[in-house]
Design a protein around this ligand. Sequence first.
Ligand code: FES
Ligand code: FES
Length: 157
Amino acid sequence: MKIKMTINDQSHTLDVHPMMRLLDILRENLTGSKEGCGEGECGACSVFMNGALVNSCLIPVLQCDEAEIFTIEGIKDTAAGKLIAGAFAEAHSAQCGFCTPGMVMAAVNLLRQNPNPSEAEIREGLSGNICRCTGYDMIVDGIQLAARRAKEEAVPW
Ligand code: FES
Ligand code: FES
């Protein structure tokens, strides 16, 4: 099946099996999105699809025709991506780093909808993402720091 989609603002036409997972298509060239569970539970494979945060391990590519996909590679060089990477580094929000791309995508998704989240709202925003290392507190700290900086520096999410 021929699928046309945009990945990080670049147009692609792919000739693929319709049931291939979006995650596998992406990881042929872009390895930022990770596979943890492969079952929609851990959020490591999170990407934006037409502006909505999705688990790419659950998306058959047939659903992606004419879709606009943004991965962590598309986010990391934006002003918001750089700000959140700096805040995560400062707050020690990453340990092994396996969950971090998904955490960053979840954080951007949350901060786009709610630029001043409470701690409870941040924890709720991360509820689809599993981290095996940090105990979550340092990730919450990183997101709070990113939210503060974005406000001070007028960086849009
Ligand atoms: S790998 Fe997709 S949610 Fe875990
Ligand atoms: S930092 Fe290791 S899984 Fe989150």
